[in-house]
Design a protein around this ligand. Structure first.
Ligand code: NAD
Length: 361
C-alpha cells in the first residue's frame, strides 16, 4: 500500500482558523462558523475531498463574486407539501442548510415535504443535510447536480456530460443511522484534488483520456498545474468516469434531471460561461412517524441492518459495514487524534490565511 505524509491538525484549532479565514473573506461570524463547521465535519467524516482543502477555492469564489456571503433562500413556488427555493448563489452551507430546515420542519409537522433548491453555491458534503434530518427523526433522499461543472464521462463515452452529481439517503434508526452518500462519478472531483495535492492516489481507472485509455493521473482532469495553488478542471482534456457502469451512469443522469433541470438551475452543461458553478438539489423529507410504521420500522430496520453487518466477511479483519459506519468510525478517531492534512493542502490554507491577514497558529 502507498504511504503518503500527513500533518495531524487538532480539529478545534483547524475549525477556528477556517472560521477566521471566512470572516476575513467577508462572511459574518455566524456564516463563517457554519462554513468552517461543515468543512471540518467533512474531514472528520473522512471525506477530505469536501473538507478544508476547499478553503482556497471557496475564498477565490467569494473574491470573484461567483458565490455570495449573507444570502437567504428565496421562495419561487410554495405548494405546502413541496417548495422550490432559489439559493441566489449564496454560500451553499448557508442556503442548503436553510432549505433543509424548511423541508424537515414541514415533514415533522405534516409528514412529508419535497424541496427543490437551485442556484446554491457549493453545498459540500450532502450527508450533512441528511444528518440534519436524522436529528429530527426524518428520512431524506437527495438528488444533486452541479450546474456549470461538467466533469464526468457517461458509460461508453469519453467526453464529459455529467457533473459528479451526488446521491444521498439518510435513514434514522435507533443506535446508528444509515447514511448513504456518494458522488455518481467513480471518484468525487475533490478526491482528484486531494490526489493532486499529494494525498491518496486515485484508482488507475478512475479517469479516462480522450482516446479511451484509463488513467489515475490528476493531470488527465486538470492539465498542467503548480504544486501549491488552485486547480482548474477546464485545463485537462480527459474526464472522470461515471461509477457502476450503465447503472451509475443512469443514476448520474437522474441527478442531473431532478437536481438540475427540474429545479430550474439547469444540467451541468454544455457550459456557456465558465467560472461560476452552482448546486441544484431535489430533496424528499419523510416522517416515518406520520407514515404510521415508525415503531416497526425502527425495530425491524435496526435488526435488518445488524444482520447485514453480521454477514461473514471475505477478510476477517474487515467486517461488513453499513453505509455511514466508516464515517462514524473516522469521526471518533479524528476528533481524538487530529485531522490528517496533506502538506500541500495545509500550505494552501496557510497561504490563503496569510493573504487575508489571518494569523496562523
Ligand atoms: P465514497 O466513495 O467514499 O462513498 C461514501 C459512501 O460509501 C458512504 O455512504 C459510506 O458510508 C459508504 N461506504 C464507504 N465504505 C463502505 C464499506 N466498506 N461498506 C459499506 N459502505 C461503505 O464517497 P464519494 O463518492 O467520494 O463522495 C464523497 C463526498 O462528496 C460525499 O459526501 C458527497 O456528498 C460529496 N459530493 C458533493 C458534491 C457537491 O457538488 N456538493 C459533488 C460530489 C460529491
Amino acid at each position: 500500500m502507498a504511504h503518503y505524509v500527513t500533518i495531524p491538525i487538532p480539529a478545534a484549532s483547524l475549525q477556528d482558523l477556517v472560521q477566521r479565514i471566512f470572516e476575513a473573506a467577508g462572511c459574518a461570524p455566524g456564516e463563517a462558523h457554519r462554513v468552517a463547521e461543515h468543512l471540518l465535519g467533512a474531514n472528520l467524516a473522512g471525506h477530505d475531498s469536501h473538507g478544508v482543502a476547499r478553503v482556497p477555492r471557496y475564498v477565490e469564489w467569494l473574491e470573484k463574486g461567483y458565490v455570495l456571503a449573507g444570502q437567504k433562500v428565496e421562495t419561487i413556488t410554495d405548494g405546502g407539501g413541496f417548495v422550490l427555493l432559489d439559493g441566489k448563489f449564496g454560500l451553499g452551507q448557508s442556503v442548503a442548510r436553510e432549505a433543509a430546515a424548511i423541508g424537515i420542519s414541514r415533514a415533522v409537522t405534516s409528514g412529508a415535504c419535497i424541496v427543490g433548491l437551485r442556484n446554491a453555491g457549493h453545498v459540500g458534503r450532502i450527508g450533512e443535510y441528511a444528518e440534519q434530518a436524522i436529528r429530527d427523526g426524518i428520512l431524506s433522499i437527495h438528488f444533486v447536480n452541479v450546474a456549470g461543472s461538467v466533469l464526468v464521462a457517461p458509460f461508453g463515452g469519453v467526453e464529459r456530460r455529467f457533473s459528479t452529481a451526488p446521491f444521498c439517503v439518510g435513514v434514522p434508526l435507533p443506535g446508528d443511522p444509515v447514511l448513504l452518500d456518494f458522488a455518481t462519478s467513480r471518484v468525487a472531483e475533490g478526491k482528484v484534488l486531494v490526489a493532486s495535492n499529494g494525498g491518496k492516489a486515485l484508482p488507475d481507472d478512475a479517469l479516462i483520456e480522450p482516446d479511451g485509455s484509463m488513467s489515475g493521473d490528476p493531470h488527465t482532469l486538470y492539465g498542467d498545474y503548480a504544486q501549491v495553488g488552485p486547480r482548474d478542471a477546464a485545463g485537462g482534456l480527459g474526464a472522470i468516469r461515471a461509477f457502476g457502469e450503465h447503472k451509475g451512469s443512469g443514476l448520474a443522469m437522474i441527478c442531473e434531471l431532478l437536481g438540475g433541470v427540474l429545479t430550474g438551475g439547469g444540467a451541468c452543461g454544455p457550459i456557456t460561461e465558465r467560472g461560476r458553478i452552482a448546486n441544484g438539489m431535489l430533496s424528499i423529507y419523510l416522517s416515518p412517524k406520520h407514515f404510521g410504521t415508525e415503531a416497526e420500522f425502527h425495530a425491524a430496520g435496526r435488526s435488518y441492518v445488524d444482520w447485514v453487518r453480521a454477514a461473514k466477511p471475505i477478510d476477517p479483519a474487515l467486517p461488513v459495514l453499513a453505509p455511514g459506519d466508516s464515517e462514524a468510525r473516522l469521526r471518533a478517531d479524528r476528533l481524538a487524534n487530529g485531522v490528517p492534512l496533506q502538506p500541500d493542502t495545509w500550505e494552501g490554507i496557510k497561504r490563503c490565511a496569510i493573504a487575508l491577514g489571518v494569523a496562523v497558529p
